[in-house]
Design a binder for this molecule. Sequence first.
Ligand code: DGJ
Length: 729
Amino acid sequence: MGIKYVEEKKIFHLDTGHTTYLIGLSPEGYVGHIYYGRRLKSGGSNYLLRMNEAPFTPSVREREKASFMDFFPTEYPAGGVGDYRESCLDVRSASGSVGCELIFKEYRIFRGKPGLAGLPASFGREGEVETLELVCEDALLKLEVTLSYSVFADTDVITRSVRVENRGEEHLKLEKVYSACLDMDNREFEMLTLVGSWARERHIQRGRIRCGKQMVSSTKGESSHQEHPFLALVTPETTEETGEVYAMNFVYSGNFMAQAELSQFRQVRMTMGIHADYFCWNLRPGESFQAPEAVLTYSAEGLGRMTRNFHDFYRGHLIRSPHQYAKRPVLINNWEATYFDFNSEKLLEIAREAKKAGIEMLVMDDGWFGKRNFDDSSLGDWTVNEEKITSGLPDLVRKVNEIGLQFGIWFEPEMISPDSELYRKHPDWAIQIAGRTPAQSRTQYVLDLSRKEIVDYAYNCVAKILRSAPIAYVKWDMNRQLCDIGGACLDRESQGELMHRYVLGVYEMQERLVTDFPELLLENCSGGGARFDPGMLYYSPQIWCSDNVDAVERLRIQEGTALVYPLSTMGAHVGDCPNHIVGRNTPFDTRAHVAMAGAFGYELDITKIAEEERAKIPAQVEEYHRYQPLMQRGDYYRLASWSMEKPYDCWEVASKDGSEALVTFVQVLAEPNVHSYALRLKGLLAQAEYVLEGTDQTWYGEELMQCGYLVLSGQGDFRSSRYHFVKKQ
Ligand code: DGJ
């Protein structure tokens, strides 16, 4: 396992536990992609580069460059020199032409993995990860391009990133720098993506790829509600357990592009990187540019294995927070309880009831600062509104702590309201195009975080509040997308850098936050789940999944989210009924069972809900904590999917050693005149005997896995149940 170079064949072997990735060099030094897939135990050679095949008659006698370039399966295609498929690197020279030809120069193989300056990135100890750097250059531009591959053998993941350095004397412009490319023969691939909208984030979409380019992307300045920086190509027969899956996920929180292109020669090019629209980076002599990281995994055992690779990888190699495996407090958030209409007394009332029910933290959401009584003012004025928080924040926090709850607070640090002291003082701090009235969204503008003084201001506002009282948790929100992309301090040449510099500014603020407040539990959020991405997981162990807390809608949202991200990262709360977004009524138990799939909490006015619901909360809190270690570390299996046409939804988390498994079943719509459903469990030990907790019924692991556990379809919609199977000693 690991990385080796076979000099005679000019082939680099990258091996993980179950996969092999082969890179080969052409005689000229083009870096070709030979193979990615199931682990090859013996050798490997470069015949798949097909270097001597003539794709069309005019070049039949000998290889002709343009037709060669347009077919050669390459690791990192640069644009302008004959490969007409999607390029990964477009460089404009000082003379104005676009063209770049990358020729291999040297390589380095070493243990460990360096960080990426200013960017979130996965990590591993020396024994866990090895890195290959392929250094290529364009002799004319004097441009050096380093392709980095880090191999995480334990999770079948290979990460990729790219660094571009100007070693010449000319001022170059990078018009596109993607992070990863995978050229493969088409195997009737289907493209699986996560798409949606506000309150409908990350629904799974799957369909056959066609000739030409198909992509998901965002130019909204964040990863977005609508399309997600994830792409998988799957063979047609792929199910949860069978079929081949090639997946890429982007460790970045801004504009992105993830694309599959089916070419004239039935090859597929899969690419991922920062979207080239609105992007142009100056690379002056001596400067370098670091592209973000892409995470690649291959599974020969269907989507389930892909999911578990991502989960293990993110838990082990991306999430840094000390809270990841710690007992997470069950919180109550006042947003859906009060919206902007609250004061200290109301919060204390909620806190007192919450304490009685066993809840552990109160989170004060939007509306506590400036003169914000609606969403049309005060962003940027991070001073406590003492008309609402009457005796001041430290006193409120003290009282909440005395009641026995921790205290958490909401911020939206990246924004500025036109109606704010900050805007009156610094109207130029908003992102805008000089001379054009910028578009408002939720009556707000976005701060220009490409400017150091604005990053400092926004960060210091947050830090000052956190230093004023013992605050244990921050919800970092971001409620609008970027447009009118203009920066007052960037010159004409540099306007194309703004959107990436903005993201770097966000990362810098979050890095400072987690460094200065190492104990803080940070939850990222963006108008629901518009910034649920691996970049954010580097800073926060949990992210608000969606503003939609309806139990049925959440099945689909959480299924799509958990396709890639560990359950413990999904902020999930029990809301009130009828649900505020879809008006649906669901049982309190079902809302809790669905929310317990993620980082659990409540989002309702506990002082007003029915007594029988309130009475259920202590047992729910206890149940969440009881299974939390299993949910945080176990293997997740989708057993049945309501969104994929089943009348019920079912998922399981099994411990890695097979000693226990927790199954959650949700009967979405009751079916008449059917027998019981057989739920075939996964991840158990075939020969071990399991008892269903709370009963004396036992089964062998193989019975539960091959024959199934029977669940009756009873009466009534939206009912749920949970089953905990424990291996007998
Ligand atoms: C959007 C978030 O997703 C909500 O939970 C809430 O915090 C509001 N913003 C507050 O404005």
